[in-house]
Design a protein around this ligand. Structure first.
Ligand code: SF4
Length: 378
């Protein structure tokens, strides 16, 4: 954003905001067309995007393989924006939660999760979410807006820049499991994925290491399989419709049978599997009978199952099952020959668990955290 003064000597200065287009909002094709329309060769687009994503420059002056006139032309029309980091918290387990402020003042969170031999970055796709899952803190704030292509990309590009270079080298995995339903922001998601997985001038992530997680938007699941090579994860959380209706209102539109039929149609590459996420909630979906039902439902789908024990939060009446119930649920699925992993949510002390981002921005959550800390201490 470039503030300019626009006034005559006898007038009070008026501020004129001249906002250029962030170049990250352009697809490679659109940038190529823009350049060609101005008489520049199409190969310049790849050079420019290489500077933006690979070399991470913040201005056009640094693009030394471009002529001076071309650099001035680009600077006249475009900016290379970064998001404002308003806050960063580090959990006891090393998880880092970044709070970014967007140009319009909205805030989103992006979480960097240390794994055994790499880092995973959990990205947001919307400000808030409209889908209203009962176990989700993001849902409580309602939906504000979709993130743009550039805002999705900025989360990855900016984190790569601010973390230690060795950590950046080990950041190999991306998951779209932050705020929002990524498939409800389909066009921007697909454009961002194109740059994220672009190997010559993009962010160079292997599609095998990028996962899009959905609550089950069936038409977009079909499109994703055709438009990209990334992994699909489905937040299932129940094996029967009445329970899933209760937990995830989207199930009333796309019930389990139709959702799993879409998963069966998903064009899986060799040696790939769909991940089903299942948040275990005490007394709701955690008894062994649910596990048997789930095993039956998923028959003939090449998949693995991630079990996540619910992390209680403010404003919710759900509870986390005890360890024995979690193990028993897993044992049933293993008995049915499913690869099943119990995922212990990282960053619980900073509310960075799935569906629980941005809690600190809400007073009731902060209050609840204080009460909960007292409870744990006593
Ligand atoms: Fe939206 Fe995901 Fe939360 Fe459901 S769990 S409300 S889809 S952010």
């Amino acid at each position: 954003m470039t503030p300019q003064t626009d006034h005559t000597p006898d007038q009070k200065p008026k501020q004129k905001i001249d906002r250029k287009t962030d170049i990250k909002e352009l697809t490679p094709d659109r940038l190529t067309r823009w350049l060609v329309d101005r008489g520049l060769p199409p190969y310049r687009a790849k050079q420019i995007l290489g500077w933006v994503y690979l070399r991470q420059v913040d201005d056009f002056v640094s693009m030394t393989n471009l002529g001076k006139a071309d650099r001035v032309l680009l600077a006249d029309h475009f900016s290379i924006d970064r998001l404002l980091i308003k806050d960063m918290e580090i959990s006891a387990d090393g998880t880092r939660k970044y709070l970014f402020e967007l140009a319009d003042g909205h805030r989103i969170e992006t979480v960097l999760i240390p794994e055994k031999d790499h880092y995973t970055l959990c990205i947001s796709s919307q400000v808030g979410c409209a889908l209203g899952c009962r176990f989700c803190l993001t849902a409580q704030g309602g939906f504000q807006r979709n993130l743009t292509q550039g805002e999705i990309l900025a989360q990855v590009r900016d984190i790569l820049r601010v973390i230690d270079p060795e950590d950046a080298r080990r950041l190999t995995n991306l998951v779209f499991m932050g705020m929002g339903e990524p498939l409800a922001n389909y066009e921007n998601l697909i454009r961002a994925l194109g740059i994220i997985t672009q190997g010559d001038y993009g962010l160079k992530f292997s599609p095998r290491r990028v996962t899009v997680s959905t609550s089950g938007l069936i038409p977009e699941i079909g499109r994703l399989g055709n438009d990209s090579d990334v992994n699909l994860a489905v937040s299932l959380n129940a094996a029967d419709n009445p329970t899933r209706d209760r937990l995830m209102p989207i199930n009333r539109k796309y019930p389990i049978e139709a959702l799993l039929a879409a998963c069966r149609r998903y064009p899986l590459k060799p040696r790939r599997r769909i991940t089903f996420e299942y948040i275990l909630i005490e007394g709701v979906n955690d008894d062994p009978e649910c596990a048997h039902r789930l095993a039956k439902r998923l028959q003939s789908i090449r998949c693995k199952i991630n079990l996540i024990a619910f992390n209680p939060h403010a404003g919710g009446d759900f509870r986390r099952p005890n360890e024995a119930a979690i193990q028993q649920f897993r044992d049933v699925l293993v008995y049915h020959n499913y690869t099943t992993v119990i995922r212990y949510s990282k960053g619980l002390d900073i509310s960075a668990a799935c569906g629980q981002l941005n809690a600190k921005l809400r007073g009731e959550a902060a209050k609840w955290e204080a009460t909960e800390a007292d409870r744990l201490r006593s």
